[in-house]
Design a protein around this ligand. Structure first.
Ligand code: ATP
Ligand code: MG
Ligand code: FE
Length: 335
């Protein structure tokens, strides 16, 4: 199969062509980060407008780069949700128009299933498997008993990890998105600030990062009130160590309890060097097979959407042309 996928759920306009769910023929990603930086975060109306401006060219570019003809495509996939409704609508309209004009099946796809299936670019997925999803809007442990089944066994009760990273970065004076800045600072720092770890109930796979975030903001404010320099490095390192310890611990426990054959890390925060290293080391020590997508497929991209859409394509499941974008689309029932 040869699936063209469109991803516009947030601030990346991305289109990719992927063969057989795992071979990326082209992947075009136009980031709006520079546009949103001035506002310190993503402005939904601006995101929509930017998607509209660039989507047509990006589709053409993805097809050209793939070196195929439009009629060689097997299906048109699109992120149906979750995401910003106005942003999703742009991708949805483009996908429907293309599917209609080329007379190809339309496949609505879940954004987080996409993040998870970015791991298909590394190798086959063996079930049962466990995914640790860490992104700008989600922090979840997803158990996949078999292909196409998604069970949410844990989720954040407040902030997502990426969101916490962005807020901490902002408090330390870094622009949006701040995750990579905190990551770099944390790895360079010689000392770590003492910050809390939030485990919740002993058997819970849920997460909570708002208390940690508040502790960071307090530490920053206290330094400022005392007229001292903010120990940004130590704070970044303390924050990252707390986040990483909790994520690694819960993911490893989940893999063992559910008897998963693999652990799949994914989402924008999977680009975090501290997390990648800590999880790699721990999984090696525990004999757990860990997969992490290449850096460029950790943050939002169309290729991952094509990889997830392939699950539906294999089952000959296509969607009607009146498919609706759904900002709250459920992972457990999208297939
Ligand atoms: P979602 O997928 O939940 O809808 P999103 O699509 O906005 O949210 P992603 O694109 O998956 O999120 O990831 C973006 C997030 O990843 C941002 O919060 C960003 O700060 C974070 N991030 C990117 N690189 C790093 C890094 N090296 N360390 C920590 N966080 C990072
Ligand atoms: Mg993004
Ligand atoms: Fe995402």
């Amino acid at each position: 199969s040869c699936i063209l996928a469109i991803e516009t759920s947030c601030d990346e306009t991305s289109v990719a062509v992927v063969k057989d769910g795992c071979e990326v023929l082209s992947s075009v990603i136009a980031s709006q980060i520079e546009t949103h930086k001035a506002f310190g975060g993503v402005v939904p109306e601006v995101a929509s407008r930017k998607h509209v401006e660039s989507i047509t060219n990006i589709i053409e570019e993805a097809i050209r780069e793939a070196g195929i003809g439009k009629n060689d495509l097997s299906a048109i996939a699109v992120t149906q949700g979750p995401g910003l409704v106005g942003a999703l609508l742009v991708g949805m309209m483009a996908a429907k128009s293309l599917a209609f004009a080329l007379n190809k099946p339309l496949i609505g796809t879940h954004h987080i299933a996409g993040h998870i299936y970015a791991n298909r670019f590394v190798g086959e997925i063996e079930y049962p498997t466990m995914a640790l999803v860490v992104s700008g809007g989600h922090t979840e442990l997803v158990y996949m008993k078999e292909e196409g089944s998604f069970e949410l066994i844990g989720r954040t009760r407040d902030d997502a990890v990426g969101e916490a990273y962005d807020k901490v970065a902002r408090a330390l004076g870094f622009p949006y998105p701040g995750g990579p800045h905190v990551d770099r600072l944390a790895l360079e720092a010689e000392a770590a600030a003492d910050l809390p770890r939030v485990w919740l109930e002993a058997d819970s796979y849920d997460f909570s990062f708002s208390g940690l975030k508040s502790a960071v903001l307090n530490a920053v404010n206290q330094s400022k009130m005392r007229g001292e320099d903010v120990p940004a490095g130590a704070i970044a390192r303390g924050f990252q160590e707390s986040v990483v310890e909790v994520l690694v611990e819960k993911a490893v426990r989940a893999v063992k309890q559910f008897g998963a054959k693999q652990l799949l890390l994914c989402g924008g925060v999977a680009a975090n060097k501290g997390l990648r290293t800590a999880l790699t080391d721990r999984c090696e020590a525990e004999g757990i097979q860990l997969t992490i997508p290449p850096f460029k497929y950790c943050t939002d991209n169309g290729a991952m959407i094509a990889a997830a859409a392939h699950l539906k394509w294999k089952r000959e499941r296509q969607d009607p042309l009146d498919l609706k974008a759904d900002p709250q689309l459920s992972l457990e029932s999208w297939m």
